[in-house]
Design a protein. Sequence first.
Length: 160
Amino acid sequence: MKVIIQDIKKLETEALIVSFFADVRPLKGLAGELDWLLCGSLSDLLLHQKLEGSLGEVALFTSRGKIPAQKIFLVGLGSQAALSPSTLRKAARAAASTAWTAGVTRVALEYFPSPNVPQEAALQAVQKGLMEGAPVRKLDISLVMPDAATYEKISRLVKK
């Protein structure tokens, strides 16, 4: 797994996996940025209850040429208050399984926001979930960091 910090509009990958909470609106992080790039289409699905953000829920979208990745997987993290290593693992497993089933080999994964979980525990949970979700064929995964400070911390943890 590679750790990167890069603008998603310049990210060369087959697919982008981003996350969102069931109880946080408007969408935050990369999900919010993608919603803006896609003219509010993600928010529209939420408003019409076609998407909830429940734990492990995964939806596949096309990027419509707005970013280099053709496929966007939006994965639900459930309630922000209930976030734990276990829920991060389940969400990562669901995302990896869906990407693997879709035939994707190279993905960029947003570093799941984990305000209630220590970074090392969050990273370990996500790594385990990714391995469980795509056991037959390995995915080439780049972990996209939200900022330079997080990049530095997570890069050190991945190298351990």
